[in-house]
Design a protein around this ligand. Sequence first.
Ligand SMILES: C[S@@+](CC[C@H](N)C(=O)[O-])C[C@H]1O[C@@H](n2cnc3c(N)ncnc32)[C@H](O)[C@@H]1O
Length: 135
Amino acid sequence: MGTRRDVSSYASGPSYYSVHETNQAAAYLYPNDADEKERLEFQHKLLKDVLHGRNYLAPFSKARPPKKVLDVGTGTGTWAIEMGDEFPSAEIVGVDLSPIQAELVPPNVHFFIDDWYAAMQSQACLWFSWVGNLG
Ligand SMILES: C[S@@+](CC[C@H](N)C(=O)[O-])C[C@H]1O[C@@H](n2cnc3c(N)ncnc32)[C@H](O)[C@@H]1O
């Protein structure tokens, strides 16, 4: 998988995603500015409400935690961070085209900036994977 890429060079106009510049298959239409991050946070809360406060329906528990969790199109990374908090023994990886995730995250949570369609060819496919609202 790739590493964080700086999108601060997008000085004028709305800020858009970075990886799609080098890989047309990863083109994503929405911006990654403050309004969009707010929308993603709201959408996350909405989905969690629908799931009665849960982040998943898989039969995980403190006694039966997941081992490796992959969040495809992690966005702000809130889902991944909450999973990392709930399951400290699990390794959580979030992948997204854009570095809009929090800097301070639990030690078991890692974010990578990459095009999922390229990354899916790796062993990450064997992980418990969450594709939340991927556009
Ligand atoms: C609607 S947002 C959902 C974010 C998060 N899963 C949530 O539920 O809040 C879709 C996310 O998928 C990411 N995305 C779209 N295509 C992608 C790709 N090919 N590889 C990685 N991330 C992708 C976008 O950058 C965006 O952050």
